[in-house]
Design a protein around this ligand. Structure first.
Ligand code: NAP
Length: 311
């Protein structure tokens, strides 16, 4: 297939280019930052320079091309969200709402019928979901008036647009939290190396993770075998607490001990991080992806995935 990939130079985009090419596809890598042009080429993709949020510029850059599929992996999550509430114009929120709409127009222009959009398990809601693993049959898009509602709303908006678009076979990929090269494990290792606080005292909530290489493999499986109109949970087999995550990252990256602060202080200073790390607990079932996509994570736990670094 010929595939247009937005977010091609990001933490999942880089291994995804390699996985798509290994699967026999041609990749057009959408690159906003011209400095990443060479990177896209090195990875084997053909770069196309455009900003996903600039509809006219995007369509101009793609004019005259054809593709079979569009994959939307563009996010802008690097900045810590310190505001009391995530605003509706949060950059990643805009990429999920306006960015998805613009990329659907791009799919129309390219003649691409298949559309995969990045979504997130946190769309199930920032709360304690208890012991039972969440499946795709659980309600997605639960709001509680909290600081993170806009994150949930943007995930839901991205999914709904691709499910409802006329003439498009839309699939939503509800990834667990990313770790691996360029992802959260690297970000937190960097913070620990600078003796910066990383999270709450105590265990923190439980969450489900996925190595970026496994996320890339699952995405290719969904491109090839996913059922249109379906969402797929994609996480490894071993949900862990934040305390366990920080310990694994610290061990694998050989950083100083993780510094953690009282949850009340985190909620006060960086409310989003409090909602994510102290108030949310979720275990995710990826059984649908195992059965329908024939996908299994190669790294069944964060401990196993990060151990690769030390081998
Ligand atoms: N499920 C998850 O846990 C999850 C999901 C997403 C991200 N993350 C994590 O969050 C951290 C930071 O992520 P990030 O989103 O800042 O960076 P990132 O994953 O490193 O890269 C984001 C990608 O989106 C592209 N992009 C952003 N805005 C764009 C726009 N307006 N038009 C076109 N392309 C655009 C970037 O392109 P350019 O380089 O050209 O700007 C880049 O390729 C990483 O650790 C990542 O793993 C986690």
């Amino acid at each position: 297939m010929q595939v247009l990939l937005a977010g091609a130079t990001g933490a999942i985009g880089r291994p995804l280019i390699r996985a798509l090419i290994a699967d026999g596809n041609t990749v057009f890598a959408l690159v906003r930052n011209p400095a990443n042009h060479a990177l896209a080429r090195e990875l084997g993709a053909e770069p196309v320079i455009a900003d996903v949020l600039d509809r006219d510029g995007l369509l101009r850059a793609l004019d005259g091309r054809v593709a079979d599929a569009v994959i939307h992996q563009a996010t802008a999550l690097r900045e810590v969200k310190a505001a009391r509430r995530i605003p509706a114009d949060d950059p990643t929120g805009l990429l999920r709402t306006i960015g998805t709409a613009n990329l659907l127009d791009a799919a129309d222009l390219l003649g691409a019928r298949r559309f995969l959009v990045q979504s997130l398990i946190l769309g199930y809601g920032y709360r304690d979901h208890g012991e039972r693993p969440l499946t795709e049959r659980d309600q997605f898009g639960v709001y509680d008036g909290g600081v993170a509602d806009e994150v949930v709303r943007a995930c839901v908006a991205g999914e709904e647009q691709v499910f409802e678009a006329a003439g498009v076979d839309g699939i939503a990929l509800r990834y667990g939290l990313f770790y691996g090269p360029g992802a959260f494990s690297d970000l937190f290792a960097d913070l620990m190396g600078k003796h910066a606080p990383v999270g709450p005292l105590g265990p923190g909530g439980v969450n489900s993770w996925i190595h970026v290489e496994d996320a890339a493999a699952a995405t290719v499986a969904a491109l090839d075998r996913g059922t249109p109109g379906r969402a797929y949970n994609l996480a490894d087999d071993t949900p862990i607490t934040w305390r366990e995550f920080f310990a694994e990252v610290s061990r694998a990256h050989q950083t100083p001990r993780p510094i953690r602060l009282p949850a009340w202080l985190i909620r006060l200073v960086v409310p989003y991080i409090g909602a994510l790390m102290a108030d949310t607990s979720m275990r995710i079932s990826s059984a649908r992806a195992h059965e329908e996509l024939g996908w299994r994570p190669q790294h069944t736990s964060v401990a196993e995935g990060l151990a690769m670094r030390t081998r």
